[in-house]
Design a protein around this ligand. Structure first.
Ligand code: PLP
Length: 356
């Protein structure tokens, strides 16, 4: 039985998107592809509030996370770590042969502007990695405040992962001054996995020119050269790009303000439900994500059984990530989730909890 996904990625994909995926194939060196690519790029620029370059990578987010450090770190990278994805990024940076240090906040806590300032004030770093929305813990770090700090360090290239936040709230890439903003599409974008999007500022591209060992598949300069022809260096996942085009149209049809408001309302509804049911919140109030909620299992609910029973009822439920499995659980409300979907899910959870 197909399960309705309430896990934080991949998330439920709308039937219209699945249909767009079935569009008859075109060749990526045909004019039809350039038209599709160009149109998608323009729509992404509007969504990301950027006038800069936007590229499409046939990979999941980690491909670009690895590519970004290979292209943009020359001397030493500061990796800010407060959960599973940001911790892994530090490991990836070192595996790429880069000098790097991890600046760690406890799981459940945000990366603060003070942490960033303190690290960069040492003058040791020429790039940073930051995960805006730590999907493992439901923590959203204060990006605007961190961006203000980054403006004090113009020599530092900022690489920001917005995998589970892009389109769930306003992230104006140019205004924030993010050099490389990246995301995969199976979370906040609610598309099937396999495609990632990234931006690169002019100074990021200039810097890449000075760095050896960029490889080929994720070489930002290859992407830039192909971009001039509305194309990609190697064969892209064309079906997913059809789907992305459709999804961007759907986002603008909903209206970005409405989309952002919907995610806030969904987060508010989950918060109210947690409070009513006596569960806690893993992150503190100002840092709770609008795209997913990470709850503390304060009542010691048998989450494994709940997950199993929800599965039998046709719902995929997440009982916590990695080392906080069982102690926490996560409810995703990103992508195309509507209030009616959430109410339907919470009603089934209520019914099952009553019988546990
Ligand atoms: C899921 C996720 C990733 C990794 O994405 P892949 O698609 O597995 O490469 C990276 N960062 C964040 C914040 C995520 O939620």
């Amino acid at each position: 039985m197909a399960k309705k996904l309430f896990i934080p990625g991949p998330v439920e994909v709308h039937p219209e998107i699945l249909q767009a995926m079935a569009t008859p194939m075109i060749g990526h060196r045909m004019k039809e592809y350039a038209l599709l690519h160009g149109a998608v790029k323009e729509k992404l620029k509007k969504l990301l509030f950027t006038e800069g370059k936007v590229f499409l990578s046939t990979s999941s987010a980690f491909g670009v996370m690895e590519g970004a450090v290979r292209n943009l770190v020359a001397t030493r990278c500061a990796n800010f770590c407060n959960g599973a994805f940001s911790n892994k990024w530090h490991d990836v940076t070192k595996r790429c042969g880069k000098e790097a240090d991890a600046f760690k906040a406890e799981w459940g806590k945000p990366i603060t502007p003070e942490m960033v300032d303190e690290a960069l004030a040492t003058g040791k770093y020429d790039a940073i990695t930051l995960v805006h929305n730590e999907t493992s813990t439901g923590v959203m770090s204060p990006l605007a405040e961190i961006a203000e700090v980054l403006k004090k360090y113009p020599e530092v290239i900022s690489i920001v992962d917005t995998v589970s936040s892009m389109s769930a709230l306003k992230i104006p890439v140019d205004e924030l001054g993010i050099d490389c903003c990246l995301f995969g599409v199976q979370k906040a974008f609610a598309l099937p996995p396999g495609l990632a999007v990234f931006t690169a500022s002019e100074r990021a591209l200039e810097k890449a020119k000075t760095i050896e060992g960029r490889g080929y598949y994720f070489d930002f300069l290859e992407f830039d050269a192909a971009d001039a022809k509305d194309n990609t260096p190697s064969t892209p996942c064309i079906s997913q790009i059809f789907a992305l085009d459709k999804q961007l149209d759907r986002m603008f049809a909903e209206g970005l303000d409405n989309r952002w408001a919907r995610h806030k309302q969904l987060a508010g509804r989950v918060a109210q439900w947690l409070e009513k049911n006596g569960y806690g919140f893993f992150p503190e109030a100002p840092y709770r994500s609008v795209a997913l909620t990470c709850a503390v299992n304060s009542k010691g609910t048998d989450l494994a059984t709940l997950k199993k029973q929800l599965g039998e009822r046709g719902y995929a439920f997440d009982d916590g990530y990695g080392k906080i499995k069982g102690q926490t659980f996560r409810i995703a409300h990103m992508g195309d989730t509507q209030m009616a979907d959430l109410e339907e899910f919470l009603a089934v959870v209520d019914e099952l909890l009553a019988g546990l």
